[in-house]
Design a protein around this ligand. Sequence first.
Ligand code: GLN
Length: 314
Amino acid sequence: MPDLAATIATIAADMASVTDRGKVADYIPELAGVPLGKFGIAVCTADGAEHIAGDADEPFSIQSVSKLFTLKLALDIQGDALWTRVGREPSGSAFNSIVQLEAERGIPRNPFINAGALIVADVIAEAHDDDRGAIGAILRFLRELAGTRGNPDETIQIDPRVAYSEAATGFRNAALANYMKSFGNLRRPVDEVLQTYFHQCAIAMSCRQLARATRFLSAGGEADGTAIVTPERARRIAALMLTCGHYDASGDFAFRVGLPAKSGVGGGIVAVVPGRASVAVWSPGLGAQGNSVLATLALERLAGAMGWSVFTPE
Ligand code: GLN
């Protein structure tokens, strides 16, 4: 087995010479201004060790990586009844696509495309009375997950400028929410659901914090000896990450990396190596489907070097 710390250091060093880095998201100024040269990686292993390289302690906009954590919260609230309101199939469409919603009567294909994440946000807003309550619950949960030995990481914050810009430009998300409302699949007012979603997208976290927050999915639902979800739920969330975590590039990501993972347009990707590790990688340049080019490449190399794909025999 190659040395993990050395492998990560080599991967991070190699990334500096990659010239095809994709394009930084430019729909809001806060993301457009992030330097293309940034790269960070953090790994939390099953034995409690942490390894980092590059810009692993620099907070970035987690964007759709948040959908993973809100799904967990919505499943706590609704249990399997959630699956009557959102599907579990890859969409094969862009993350913000509206086309399938008409034929499927306002029921999104999966919880990781925007439409599905809006249903999930609706569930959380309903349980916490409104968007403020929901946003507080999401932030608290992430602080607890990223904390160590029961001490929440209070440094995790929402970037208010990102939240504002998401709302100012979020016409398509508003269209998705209104469209699903017309089918009766949203319970709270559209604006509450949108505000919940825009604020979860605007949470800023570092690779180290995200890798910590994802530990429970690599350890049968447990982190620091505390049960966060049941082993069955951890397995099911990971299955959705593998099949839907990268939208219409999920097949390609599974082919190249072979790990359950979730991406965001801030350039972050978290990945789960069952029984072994949780990984967070960040580089802001995106490919055509809105997934980080360098983070994908780094995960491909890491999974290859360590034999960490879920399809690699033990
Ligand atoms: N805020 C973005 C949006 O809703 C998040 C999308 C993403 O990260 N894929 O369009």
